[in-house]
Design a protein around this ligand. Sequence first.
Ligand SMILES: [Zn+2]
Ligand SMILES: [Zn+2]
Ligand SMILES: [Zn+2]
Length: 259
Amino acid sequence: MKVTFLGTGTSQGIPVPLCNCEICASNDPRDKRLRASLFVETGQKNILIDTSADFRQQMLRSSIRKIDLILLTHHHFDHLYGLDDIRSFTNAHQQFIDVYTKPDCIPEVMTRFGYAFHRDNLQIGLPALRMHAVVKPFFVGENNHKITITPVEVGHGRLGIYGYRIGNMAYLTDCKTIPDKSFDLLKNLDVLIIESLRYRLHPTHASLIESLAFIKKISPKRAYLTHFSHELKHSRLDAELPENVFPAHDMLELFIDEE
Ligand SMILES: [Zn+2]
Ligand SMILES: [Zn+2]
Ligand SMILES: [Zn+2]
């Protein structure tokens, strides 16, 4: 399984327009972060997690040619609002793309993008999507190459949203709290990808100290931090993180055993 970080920034991305801080002015390419999204290639399926606000730009700078399914974590702007640009893919392949998310996220998506889920969209060139509510683990792929996708609920302030476990990798973004039942779904991970917004505490996001505590409790073999604000400098994080914890950066690729 190959995992590519398409974006590793929080809602404003980095650099932030009009900001002159040290991180926004950094010449280190790892400090330039588009809005958060992850691409997962199993042997058979190409899975996109979130259609970030920078989805179009992410596709232009990557070599991604096909998306088989989309997993949405939640409806906030930075994670969803690139959804319309999926039309390039549904037009090119003349195929619907299946979208999976938490049941209470569906009306939020439909309010903004209901037009993308009509049956005749392939003929008229609109994004051609099919919505599915996820309430339990499901399989993708065929025959002896099936892979399990497990929704993992986390608390984003008062909002309950989904992270996803795919094989032995889990992606948890925008997570201030993790309920006990979700820790049970995060055992024996090779790779945990988890948000770390900044050093200071935030009411609805995990700060660095909280992310490190989650990592310690979940104890994956390796952990990668993502969804950064412009308080976190890549080189500084690299130097100060524990041995098996790494800061992600845009276009970083990981190779992970599937099961
Ligand atoms: Zn976010
Ligand atoms: Zn800044
Ligand atoms: Zn959010």
